[in-house]
Design a protein. Structure first.
Length: 395
């Protein structure tokens, strides 16, 4: 989820966690530095993700100790009220990089022209696939079908954009990355008036959208209360995002930059039950959906956000991702920062003071043969694929 969302997946911890869990260094800014002679730097750290809001592994730990999903949410998002949100959400399907929307023929399939409002049943018995493409520079949409053998045949052209639906039943979408099924509507949507470019957008009911999100964010067979907490956090995040759409033709994306969404193909019975048990529930700040950020693991201490309900505090429930190790080569650093010349060393010059190792890295100085530069801990983490900014340099 934005910014810098890292999704939760079950990974084995990488080494000597017990020896490192209790380690804290002096918070002195210049305490952590490493001369590596251009060879790179070695790191040890805690956590996975940005650390704001709900920790997915922390929710797992709390639920395992008997906490309800309401208690989990109050711990990670203090001061918020519970409300309800319904309606739909429009999601960009990033895997469909083509300009068409191609779906498998199925019972009940129909296409609607957004220009005229007319709906047409697509019931040709010989059709195996149907597709929508832009026509006349984007002013119209061409609806075509393809039999098992032979090429595409145009059935009709309709005014404006167009969309497929099947009375609420899942529709299989073909993309360059493979086939995947979605509930709701699959729309051939234009990013702007008069544009011949088209994107595939899934318009789906909010709780049906969650059915394709929650099992991608946490394992569906985790403790029930942890999955329910994730459902409310994810629903609230989506409701927050749709108030400030990412683009004219969609509100939210389907990647880790928003929330990972896999549609009907990724649904799982246990997570569907958690969504149904919390149907419509969201967390409100001043009557509006809150910015409920979440990440895999906060390393034992949440990172404060820009709002009061995202405080920095110790998290006794999150004990995952302790003692991970990483190496960043001098070559990689020099390629990312060519102005420095040959990499010589890195120095942590500021931490937030919260958590292991003296806290998360706020600023780090990179010294090279030509010059030095200071970058943010978030940039360093992003550029070099680190699990979090709660780390220290070991060599």
């Amino acid at each position: 989820m934005r910014p810098s969302r890292v999704t939760a997946v079950i990974l084995s911890l990488t080494t000597s966690a017990a020896a490192l869990v209790g380690f804290t260094s002096s918070p002195t800014a210049s305490a952590a530095s490493a001369a590596a002679g251009g060879g790179g730097i070695s790191l040890v750290g805690n956590g996975y993700g940005h650390g704001r809001g709900l920790s997915q592994w922390g929710a797992h730990g709390a639920a395992s100790q008997g906490a309800s999903y309401e208690q989990i949410l109050r711990f990670y998002y203090p001061g918020l009220k519970v409300g309800r949100q319904r309606g739909t959400v429009s999601v960009l399907i990033s895997a469909d990089t083509s300009d068409d929307v191609m779906v498998a023929a199925r019972t009940g399939l129909q296409v609607t022209s957004l220009g005229s409002g007319r709906t047409y049943r697509l019931n040709r018995s010989a059709a195996r696939w149907w597709r929508i493409t832009a026509a006349q520079g984007g002013k119209r949409s061409a609806i075509a079908w393809k039999p098992s053998r032979g090429g595409w045949r145009t059935a009709r052209t309709v005014p404006g954009e167009a969309q497929f639906e099947a009375g609420g039943a899942p529709i299989m979408l073909r993309t360059p990355a493979g086939n995947r099924s979605y509930r709701g509507i699959l729309r051939s949507a234009s990013p702007g008036p008069g544009s011949g470019q088209r994107d595939t957008v899934n318009v789906v009911r909010l709780d049906d959208y969650l059915k394709g999100v929650v099992p991608r964010e946490v394992p569906a067979l985790w403790p029930t209360e942890a999955v329910r907490a994730q459902a409310v956090a994810a629903r609230t995040y989506a409701a927050f995002e749709r108030r400030q759409p990412l683009a004219r033709h969609y509100q939210i994306c389907d990647t880790a930059q928003c929330q990972v969404y896999g549609g009907y193909s990724d649904e799982f019975p246990a997570s569907n039950r958690a969504i149904q048990a919390t149907a419509g529930q969201v967390l409100l700040d001043g009557g509006k959906p809150a910015f409920t950020q979440f990440s895999a693991s906060n390393g034992g201490y949440t990172l404060g956000g820009t709002v009061s309900y995202l405080p920095a505090k110790e998290d006794p429930f999150d004990t995952a991702y302790r003692g991970w190790r990483a190496t960043v080569t001098g070559t990689a650093i020099a390629q990312a920062l060519p102005a420095i010349g040959t990499f010589q060393r890195a120095e942590v010059i500021e931490r937030d003071g919260n958590g292991a190792f003296g806290g998360r890295v706020v600023r780090i100085r990179i010294v090279g043969s030509k010059t030095s530069t200071v970058i943010s801990g978030d940039s360093f983490r992003s550029w070099f694929g680190l699990r979090s900014t709660m780390f220290r340099i070991t060599g």
